[in-house]
Design a protein around this ligand. Structure first.
Ligand code: HEC
Length: 435
């Protein structure tokens, strides 16, 4: 705190030199900071408990905002900014934090409306993207979850029949009840021949695993897209001519993992899609490394966590072709402490991919590189994760600590890196992923 205050003082002095401190106004200085870093979550329909959009929204909470920004509790941004800077970075500079403090100390001047920047207010209700979706596909009925304090894995079938196949520019998971969902996975299957409706609407993994095979497996011979959502995460979109093709007819198989609940809740979920008329010449691929993939068995040492240990695991996976990397998506559960991944090129240079020095299960993200990142053929993707299964870990779901195995349950652990990739083409390093 002392350091932050010193910086704040130094900066406020600096700002005074440029003009009077009370010249810091909502329209000119504060609104752009809030709209870029806070409003994406703090608005109607998003994860945060109140809106931070208008002057009134922000001014009436100014001292609380000062406190959470000085403590760097908000905006939640977990990657080490010195390791990799991502296109979707939400992080305040020391100058931004000082500016908020200064504005608060001077009774939140509103300033001149002519200083407002229109582009800062281009929020579209119901999405993180810049326009309304072209297709929304949701569960037909809402699902009633019992408050039985158990994990639930349910696979929902969402059949669809469109006028034609469509080129996809972006996709986003949607739900009316974010707080009950631990994570979502979904695949989009092209199903030209089979009946889409005469199978069950959903399968509860706990009670009906055998029926999965006869009901849903036949749909899965042409998987066109595989994606997911975790708490805190934003949407996925692609540069021009890159993406995938939404088939004309098929099903979405949406797996929702619900965290244990103490009271009943109703949930309706699905996906929304943005289509484009430009053709898709390059199809993206989601590659899974570690838990839940072929490379799970290569994690060293064998992945499990006895009670009362802090342990680090590594995984090395070789790449067989030149690739371009668009996004990375690290995933662990409650015992996770540190997540680090980098590529080692054949010449031994390293390419940093992601470093989360203080893992926080509640704030996971899909991290976007500013430009496509080339991973040359023969590189090794190195992943290194530390877990704390002791009583010192305040998020430990077991008290006293218990044996934890590798499993999708919240109370067990995972070590996974999802990478969204393309086969490399000349010039990819120059393609920007900024939205
Ligand atoms: C990734 C989404 C996200 C972003 C970005 C974000 N917030 Fe939040 N914020 C939340 C959620 C969710 C909560 C409620 C849960 C919590 O307090 O952890 C919250 C809570 C808060 C609170 C209440 C804290 C408390 O102790 O009750 C304040 C104040 C706040 N945010 C301010 C901000 C400000 C200011 C910014 C930008 C500088 C910001 N937030 C950016 C999601 C976000």
């Amino acid at each position: 705190m002392r350091v932050v205050t010193t910086i704040a003082l130094a900066l406020s002095f600096f700002i005074c030199e440029m003009g009077k401190a009370q010249d810091i106004t909502w329209y000119k200085h504060i609104a752009p900071i809030i709209h870029h870093n806070c409003t994406p979550c703090h608005r109607t329909g998003e994860a945060a408990p109140f809106s931070l959009l208008t002057y009134d929204d922000v001014a009436k909470r100014a001292s609380m905002i000062q406190r959470v920004t000085e403590a760097r509790y908000m905006p939640p941004w977990k990657p080490d900014p010195h390791y990799v800077q991502y296109a979707n970075e939400r992080r305040l500079s020391a100058a931004d934090i000082a500016m908020i403090a200064n504005w608060t100390a001077h009774d939140m001047p509103k300033g001149n409306a002519t200083d407002a920047r229109e582009e800062d207010l281009q929020f579209v209700t119901g999405t993180r993207y810049n326009r309304k979706p072209d297709i929304v596909l949701q569960m037909k009925n809402s699902y009633h979850l019992e408050g039985d304090n158990k994990d639930h894995y349910i696979v929902y079938k969402i059949p669809f029949e469109l006028a034609d196949s469509m080129n996809v520019e972006g996709i986003e998971f949607i739900t009316n009840n974010r707080k009950v969902i631990h994570h979502a996975n979904y695949e989009i299957d092209d199903v030209p021949g089979l009946d889409l409706y005469n199978t069950v609407d959903y399968i509860d993994h706990e009670t009906e695993t055998t029926k999965y095979f006869e009901n849903f497996v036949p749909y899965r011979s042409r998987i066109r897209y595989f994606g997911g959502w975790i708490p805190g995460a934003s949407m996925e979109s692609y540069p021009k001519h890159i993406g995938w093709v939404m088939p004309k007819r098929g099903v979405i198989l949406l797996t929702l993992h619900y965290a244990p609940l103490g009271k009943a809740e109703d949930v309706i979920s699905g996906v929304q899609i943005w289509t484009t008329t430009s053709n898709i010449t390059r199809q993206i691929k989601n590659e899974n490394l570690g838990s839940g993939s072929d490379s799970q068995k290569d994690i060293q040492p064998f992945f499990y966590l006895p009670p009362d240990v802090v342990r680090t695991f590594t995984l090395n996976v070789k790449t067989g072709e030149d690739k371009s990397l668009l996004y990375v998506w690290p995933h662990m559960h409650m015992l996770g402490k540190v997540f680090k991944a980098y590529a080692i090129k054949p010449n031994k240079d390293t390419i940093p991919l992601v470093h989360i020095p203080a893992w926080d299960f509640n704030w996971q993200e899909i991290y976007w590189f500013p430009k496509m990142l080339k991973i040359p053929k023969g590189s090794t993707i190195h992943i290194e994760c530390t877990y704390d299964n002791t009583i010192n870990n305040p998020y430990n779901p077991n008290l006293p600590p218990a044996l934890v195995m590798e499993n999708m349950n919240t109370n067990n652990e995972m070590m996974t890196l999802v990478m969204v990739t393309l086969p490399y083409q000349d010039g990819d390093e120059n393609i920007s992923l900024e939205k």
